[in-house]
Design a protein around this ligand. Sequence first.
Ligand code: HEM
Length: 423
Amino acid sequence: MAKSTKENFMDKKLSRRKMLKMTGASAAGVAIGASGLGGVLKAFGVPQWLDDDTSVENKVNFYGKHQSGIATEVQSHVYFASLSVLVKSKAELQELFKMWTPLAVSLMNGQQIGETTNGHIPPIDTGEAVGVDAKNLSITFGVGPSLFSNKDLGLSQLKPTELNDLPHFPKDQLEEAYTGGDMCIQACADDPQVAFHAVRNLVRAASGKVSVNWTQAGYNSIPVNKEGKRETPRNLFAFKDGTENPRSDKAMNDVVWIQNGESKPWMTNGSYLIVRRIQMHLETWDRTSLKAQEETFGRYRHNGAPFGKQHEFDAVDEQRKDDAGNYVVPETSHVFLARQVKARIMRRAFSYASGVMDHTGAYDAGLLFISFQKDPQQFTDIQNALGRLDKMNEYITHRGSGVFACFPGIKKGSYIGEALFNA
Ligand code: HEM
């Protein structure tokens, strides 16, 4: 029989207690208020909170060679936050990441970040994720170029040369409200509230140390086939999005994971996250014939197969010409152009729909494009290849942008970003 919400809650409380006991923090835990949380964790150093509790369902591990949320199979929701730092020294910044580490472990374990026994103070955890399992929550932390130019922090020597704001691309209409950031938190989960809860509680625990710069929620409808395997989700143009992506370990090492010597040593096993908030002009798209829609990508809408092929994962042959000498995959299609450069990236995008645009009444909807690569130049090369030619330009406008250096994975006993602080 399925457990009641209350029983599940009690289970969580129990394993939470177990965990506090293991870290030796139980006595102090009773008295922690949201504002005092950092202090208590500081007093105990960085506890080695465990993430291998096999009783937790639908859980992504926190510790590992790489951060979660990059190679992790894409979840159905994202809550992405760009943050500004308010701390005034490198030591305070380091404390912030130390404080966040056990909280991120708890959140990814499907647990609350703290237990509240004193009814006269605000609850430590905001509570809206109680009663559900871990929902495959992944949390990815990154730092932006502006963090390294912040004089108070004294990190300028550690800035990787490749970490810069992206250049201006033709047709960009970036809005400050969705651009930049000293840091980012990408929380992905198979539940929108779990993803939001993670960011909300991390930001709340860091009150006075960070402020939220901009955020965007996004989603994917992930079809599951008869064998129970997740299939490629469709974007709001109804095309399968994410088909051509690096998947093997070799491809991930070639495209995504920074190898020793390829960047600043502290970025080894890390990656760069690029986020673009791209409005999709659904009204125009919806007036476009199916044939023209398919020519926009060079793939068929119904099954995602490339032009001239049968199945979604059949290799794209962009060199192939028909009897009349025309390219089978149209020369102005998104896929043809994206393949004109050697650079590859790993895309992990989500759709968004956030009301209507001011004045026009058009949907403010589109793609929260997120890609990972070992050098932001890989993205820039592809975006330049798409340039002004991409047939998809008629239907999209880039409105937001960010680039973040995502730390390597976290070893047990260590903390988020340790490689940077120990560099
Ligand atoms: C709203 C914006 C976008 C939409 C709707 C979109 C949609 C698509 C679709 C449907 C495909 C074909 C299926 C697949 O392989 O996933 C595709 C492929 C691809 N897209 Fe996009 N895309 C967008 C923006 C971008 C941007 C900004 C970039 C990078 C600068 C990009 C890079 C790529 C690449 C590299 C491929 C794979 C091409 C290949 O090797 O076959 N896309 N995109």
